[in-house]
Design a protein around this ligand. Structure first.
Ligand code: ADP
Ligand code: MG
Length: 293
């Protein structure tokens, strides 16, 4: 590889908002045959909205929202922000919470005016021995089939209801993924979100392979497994929870609007959130390297 052609390639890429941290990454990117995409904030906009609230009998919906949003006010997770904003829109005045505990990848715990609030996934409820009735499970699954993420809420150790949030695909995700597939690249989605919602979003985006309910170390392990099969893997993500996978991948690509940790860990920053930049980066690397040989 001549330094001049690498510099020219990096320059052309930069014009498209694709920032290679070093020339060696531009050389390596042409070998990528597998792309692992984070879901939230990568394939989707990453700005969920509160869409549904379902309270258990005996629990007024407004009270549920007040307690839930009070607990979520301590979390910076996009799901938490959606619930806090949605509760406010529905006129549920915030209650004061203290003593928070976050369970990354699962949810949150807080004391709200003397009551214990636990909010998050079915796994979080199972870990705390909180039962979910059949009707509630059915409701949860119905919402998940629509691609929504459901937050279960237990008050004083009893399931008191649930809230659902929905995120939308980026306008360009479907075409960008089709472009990668047309280049012969395998596309896989990896997410901490539940299996049903993940499958619905993946289908909308044209992705066939899905790994759901993954913890951050899980995403990195998944990439190691692909590498052991001889795959050259690019990971694309925006969150703190993507950092281990971005570091493990042959090429890590961070979305420019993502968290600092993701950008620092990655080899390439995609300044435009548009996933077309992935195919552009690989295409440019292929072109640069074929000019050299
Ligand atoms: P992702 O960003 O891919 O959704 P995370 O690892 O951040 O993955 O979270 C996994 C799941 O844990 C979320 O989809 C959600 O169901 C649950 N979760 C995480 N944080 C919270 C929170 N603050 N409140 C409620 N649920 C949460
Ligand atoms: Mg994300």
């Amino acid at each position: 590889a001549t330094p001049t052609s690498i510099m020219a390639g990096s320059g052309r890429a930069a014009e498209l908002g694709i920032l290679f941290k070093g020339g060696e990454h531009l050389e390596k990117t042409q070998a990528v045959d597998t792309v692992v995409l984070d879901k939230t904030g990568t394939v989707t906009e990453g700005k969920p909205r509160l869409t549904d609230v379902a309270a258990a009998s005996g629990m007024p919906e407004k009270e549920l929202l007040q307690l839930l949003s009070a607990a979520e006010s301590a979390s910076e997770h996009p799901i938490a922000e959606a619930i806090v904003a949605g509760a406010q829109l529905q006129g549920a005045e915030p209650l004061k919470a203290d003593r928070f505990e976050a369970f990354p990848g699962f949810g949150i715990y807080a004391m709200v005016e003397g009551r214990e609030v636990l909010a998050g996934t079915r796994r979080l409820m199972a870990q705390h021995g909180i039962a979910i009735a059949k009707a509630q499970l059915d409701e949860m699954e119905r919402l998940e089939e629509q691609g929504k993420t459901v937050v279960l809420a237990a008050i004083d150790r009893k399931l008191a209801g649930m809230a659902a949030v929905a995120d939308t695909l980026k306008e360009t995700s479907r075409e960008a993924i089709a472009r990668l597939q047309a280049m012969g690249i395998e596309v896989i989605m990896a997410t901490g979100d539940n299996e049903r919602a993940a499958r619905t979003i993946a289908a909308e985006a044209g992705i066939r392979e899905v790994r759901a309910e993954m913890l951050p170390e899980g995403k990195a392990l998944e990439i190691k497994k692909l590498q052991e099969q001889g795959k050259k893997v690019a990971m694309v993500g925006d969150g703190i929870n993507d950092a281990p996978a971005l570091a493990t991948a042959d090429i890590g690509m961070a979305i420019g609007t993502g968290t600092g940790v993701a950008i620092e860990t990655a080899d390439i920053t995609l300044m435009r959130g548009d996933l077309n930049s992935i195919a552009d980066a690989i295409g440019m690397s292929r072109k640069t390297m074929s000019n050299i040989r």
